[in-house]
Design a protein around this ligand. Structure first.
Ligand code: BGC
Length: 455
């Protein structure tokens, strides 16, 4: 049985949000103008267009204090609200209002926020397990989403476009890790059968989508996760299912984001999925392993079309997290391999230097990728920095904590891997702190291996 407040406690449209929603419904959209005179910001197709993004003050300080960090410390990135307490903040960490006020003070009109606290969070891994148990959907709605919605709908922030990244990894985990395949986990099977990821995502989309200046982007994994035929269309169907749950509709979705906190290359410059070597398709190489995509931009574009054919609006836009997928530095190939062996050809040509595309924790050799960029390609709203460079993906050994975070062996450089990375070594950096904590050595490596280079 569910406990907690009844459904009627759900956030309701009020004040300015209600006025704007009515204006939208009647087609009487008010254009620009400040909140002070009662007008609200115009609803746009791509919220990144012409916008100035908020530079996360807390992250910026950490970055600026590192050698070489000044070159990136003024880059806008997402603010992660990764637990209920993060909404309010504390004496040593800024809450949501403090960040939004800082955005106003900066003169920014784009605020990027990650909604990340589902019940049973991070079901296929342990590093980012959260505070809510698998059944705590009511707390998610009333103690997490509702208070966030109250703050975001404050008229003070009406002229800030808010890009909300909805729940990294959740729906992709339901598609590939919740039953049937070798990489499945019991925790993901539970979240699939209790429906609480879908309910949570639907509730977040519906509630935040009712706020006129919020733009929802749902997390859609990355090419090395959903790029296979067996996962591609089921993933688009899963997105549709969640986006039509708990009162949400496809119109609550502005778009999708790929590569959140991952390392997959934006574009592989030296080989394409259609290439063959000595008559053998690169899809047969160990690295590509029959995937239909070799990089994020091609995946994002194709997945976008698939989502539209599932019934999402034809103007949805994609975001790609390019914070850590630059793969520059001395190990970066400078051209196509001349090998006639398909595995050697791919391994020598690819800029993604990971041991396996399923590796995700604090990757050795990674570099900062493209700086945030608006409308870089057709169907792509922006390249963004979703995972702030220098924040750990997980600890390399067990560290007691009160955030619900576990120890995932994929963050241990000495571990031999599991089914989800083809039982390969993890490629993780040693001595890493808890997920989200500052990891100086990683930041310095990311700066060093940035591509495009930083100077
Ligand atoms: C962690 C969060 C953190 C986020 C951004 C996630 O892996 O679980 O606590 O806020 O990364 O660094």
């Amino acid at each position: 049985m569910r406990s907690g407040p009844p459904r009627s406690s759900r956030y309701r449209r009020g004040g300015l949000a209600a006025m704007a929603a009515m204006a939208l419904a009647s087609g009487l959209m008010m254009v620009s103008g400040g909140a002070a005179n009662g007008a609200v910001a115009e609803r746009v197709d791509n919220p990144y267009q012409g916008a100035t993004g908020y530079v996360n003050e807390e992250w910026s300080k950490e970055a600026a204090a590192e050698p070489g960090g000044a070159a990136v410390a003024n880059t806008p990135s997402f603010v992660w609200i990764d637990r209920i307490a993060a909404i309010e903040g504390s004496s040593d960490s800024m809450g949501l209002r403090a960040h939004l006020d800082a955005a106003l003070a900066q003169g920014a009109n784009l605020f990027q926020v990650v909604i990340y606290d589902l019940p049973g969070r991070d079901c296929a891994a342990l590093a980012s397990n959260g505070e809510l148990g698998p059944d705590e959907i009511d707390r998610y709605e009333s103690e997490y989403i509702d208070p966030i919605a109250d703050i975001l709908s404050d008229s003070k922030y009406a002229n800030i476009r808010i890009a909300a990244l909805i729940e990294p990894d959740s729906l992709p985990n339901l598609v590939t890790n919740a039953g049937g395949s070798a990489g499945s986990t019991e925790a993901c099977a539970t979240m699939k059968s209790n429906g609480n990821y879908e309910k949570g995502v639907g509730y977040a989309l519906h509630t935040l989508g009712a706020i006129p200046n919020v733009y929802n982007y749902v997390d859609a994994g990355h090419h090395g996760w959903l790029g296979w035929d067996s996962n591609f269309n089921p993933a688009a169907q899963e997105m549709k299912k969640a986006a039509t749950t708990e009162g949400a509709t496809v119109n609550d979705v502005t778009g999708f984001i790929v590569n959140t906190a991952n390392y997959s290359a934006l574009q592989e410059p030296y080989f394409k999925v259609t290439d063959s070597v000595n008559g053998t398709s690169v899809r047969q190489s160990k690295w590509v392993d029959w995937n239909n995509y070799v990089d994020e931009q091609s995946f994002a574009t194709a997945f976008r079309s698939q989502l539209v054919s599932q019934g999402f609006p034809s103007n949805i836009g994609m975001l790609i997290d390019t914070a850590r997928n630059g793969w520059g530095g001395s190990e970066r190939p400078t051209g196509k391999s001349s090998s006639t062996d398909v595995n050697t050809f791919v391994d020598e040509s690819r800029i993604d230097r990971r041991i396996h595309a399923g590796n995700w924790c604090n990757q050795e050799g990674a570099g900062i990728g493209e700086r945030p960029k608006t409308a870089p390609a057709s169907g792509v709203d922006a390249y963004v920095w979703a995972k702030p460079p220098g924040e750990s993906d997980g600890s390399s050994k067990e560290i007691p904590n009160d955030e619900g975070k576990g120890f995932d062996q994929m963050c241990d450089p000495t571990y031999g891997g599991n089914d989800r990375n083809g039982n390969n070594p993890t490629g993780a950096m040693a001595d890493s702190p808890l997920a989200g904590d500052w990891f100086s050595a990683q930041f310095q490596q990311l700066v060093q291996n940035a591509y495009p280079p930083l100077s």
